[in-house]
Design a protein around this ligand. Structure first.
Ligand code: URP
Ligand code: ZN
Ligand code: ZN
Length: 478
């Protein structure tokens, strides 16, 4: 088995940082040592197969993006990243594990939906991957099938209070699924928006001729998110289900989650880079490309971007620091403008929902360190360690310690990354939602289970390097 010594760097964990050398043996970490340590009398630098010089750099656990949608059929098309292109882009950005959402469509068996996702991913991924299960049809059969998910390494399922006629569950269905969650310990993940009310507002706006992408965010008002977040918290309270609210964008939803947590409830919240950096006003076609007013479609996602005048992103940064929100995933769901987003020309409700960010999460959040929102330790915690603990991967993933998988990123805090389609873009999209962002940091080296897959701006991996990881129950449950 090949051995590697990562030497001279500062190992950053969720709880601290120290100068240390990391010895990798095969696929796992063998030791974390005092800098320059000898092992059994040998100079390690001489005896290992490879030395990675991390002097002046951070050595961190590989990022875990717990919310992606590769090849997801949605909005009359399919998310443009395959498991191959999307996981390769993830690797470029220092993410070494994704958790994607397998889908049980309406009328389909849960087992068949999960099997279909295994088929899409197997042999194609650049980094390791796990699955959550979307339950798109809560019925007696699927409620029974959910009880078998943990044996498959799937310890969480997602329900939608939005998208009537697609993935939507009504309150009775949510209640029944949460009862299974309480019984089994499977984490309930909730898309918390009041879908039926949103659909009425959207139709009313369209009838008034308000068809531009901007009105997507007007129809999906923050009240729709706060109300559904509150309702899901109440149903979780009643049933005892652990609840993880995905893609939180409204400060009022953050407050609901914080109140529930203060009351002792197992409620967790995730936000995404788009809600930390972008705003509804960005969708007004302000950047001025060939799409004119329709350019705002680039940032159509749900929950939507919020108005900068209401300071949601300030509250989200604060919530990340104070742990009212526990982690950041991307909700990576990319669509090209050509042929995909343009399905919604003249009708915002037909724009496929989603933004592509899997490649940039680690950098965008590091910028949060540079800008004074987070410590380096908190950066590691919200991007790697908490996702591992939340979704049953900790010990193997999310930490640099003996026995853990050698998923390691050497990150240069003095480096620089220019984000843009012509610059650092490996996602399968014809635009970047992050065009022009400049990051004061750089992913130098990425190791996935002991193998260097990105180094000095070169991709060294191959499709199929990534393996399926079975997950256990969340560590945060009593
Ligand atoms: O806009 C989004 N979020 N698209 C992906 C589907 C979802 O609701 O997560
Ligand atoms: Zn969602
Ligand atoms: Zn999503």
């Amino acid at each position: 088995m090949a051995t590697t010594l990562i030497t001279g760097g500062t190992v950053v964990s969720a709880t601290g940082r120290s100068l240390a050398d990391v010895l990798v043996d095969g696929e796992t970490i063998r030791a974390v040592l005092e800098p320059g340590s000898r092992l059994l009398g040998t100079d390690l630098k001489q005896s290992v197969d490879t030395v990675v010089d991390a002097t002046g750099k951070y050595v961190i656990p590989g990022g875990i993006d717990a919310h992606t949608h590769m090849q997801m059929p949605f909005g009359g098309t399919e998310a443009s990243d395959t498991f191959e292109t999307g996981t390769r882009a993830a690797a470029w950005g220092g993410t070494t594990t994704i958790i994607d959402f397998a889908i049980q469509k309406y009328g389909e068996r849960v087992e068949d939906g999960l099997a279909a996702w295994h088929e899409k991913a197997a042999g194609n991924c650049a980094v390791d991957y796990g699955f959550h299960q979307i339950i798109g049809d809560v019925n007696d059969e699927s409620l029974k099938a959910m009880r078998g998910l943990l044996d498959e390494g799937v310890s969480s399922f997602k329900l939608f209070m939005a998208y009537p006629g697609v993935f939507y569950s009504d309150d009775a269905q949510v209640l029944k699924a949460m009862q299974v969650s309480a019984d089994t310990g499977l984490m309930t993940m909730m898309h918390a928006e009041n879908g039926p009310a949103i659909d009425v507002l959207a139709q009313q706006l369209l009838a008034q001729g308000k068809t531009d992408p901007y009105f997507h965010g007007i129809a999906r008002a923050w009240q729709m998110e706060e109300e559904a977040t509150h309702r899901s918290i109440m149903l979780a309270n009643l049933t005892g289900a652990p609840l993880y609210v995905v893609h939180v964008s409204a400060k009022q939803a953050v407050a609901q989650i914080a109140t529930a947590r203060d009351g002792g409830q197992n409620v967790f919240g995730e936000t995404c880079p788009q809600y930390l950096y972008l705003s509804l006003e960005d969708q007004l076609g302000a950047k001025g490309d060939q799409w004119g007013e329709f350019e705002g479609a680039k940032w159509v996602c749900s929950t939507p971007l919020r108005s900068k005048h209401e300071h949601h992103s300030d509250e989200l940064w604060t919530a990340l620091r104070t742990n009212d929100i526990q982690m950041v995933s991307t909700d990576h769901c990319p669509f090209c403008m050509k042929d995909q987003k343009e399905l919604g020309l003249g009708d915002f409700s037909k724009i496929p929902n989603g933004i592509g960010s899997v490649e940039h999460r680690m950098d965008l959040l590091f910028q949060g360190v540079v800008d004074g929102h987070l410590t380096p330790e908190r950066w590691v915690e919200i991007t790697a360690t908490t996702p591992a603990r939340m979704f049953g991967l900790y010990g193997k993933k999310g930490v640099i310690q003996p026995g853990a998988d050698a998923d390691i990123v050497v990150y240069d805090p003095k480096g620089h990354t220019s984000i843009g389609l012509e610059k650092t873009h490996h996602m399968n999209m014809d635009y970047s939602a992050w065009e022009g962002y400049e990051i004061d940091g750089h992913v130098d080296t990425v190791m996935s289970r002991g193998r260097v897959i990105v180094d000095a701006d070169a991709y060294l991996g191959t499709a199929g390097d990534g393996a399926y990881v079975k997950r256990g129950l969340s560590q945060y449950l009593l």
